[in-house]
Design a protein. Sequence first.
Length: 146
Amino acid sequence: MKIVIASDHGGLDLKEQVKSYYAGKGVALDDVGTYSSDSCDYPDIAAAACNKILRGDADWGILICGTGIGISIAANRFKGIRAALLYSEDVARLAKEHNNANVVVFGGRTMRYEDVITRLEAFENAFFGGERHQRRIDKLDLLGEK
């Protein structure tokens, strides 16, 4: 399992905590930035992570900005990326089961570390339901082409 992780300055502290959590499980995350608390632009950070997923260099990703909103909007601009802002355990499970999300998003200034870990575990333990959900996912990549 290859996971890419990235944050802007607003998500840096939470990103480092999530990396430590995975390190404790023996999983190294591919960190593509940012590496300091200096102000940076979340679209650039989202692009670095999403491009890794789209190239097949990562199976899925974790993105974090101050609220999770901006970086999720940026990620969802990439055809083939399905980024979900995980604001509850149920949403985390459904993001995988119904939407087959390949990017999960959190708010570094709006979410507690403990809640983020619970949501990551719910996401990882869920399975995509396929069938009618796949039909809907297929339509996502057609949006904007007409």
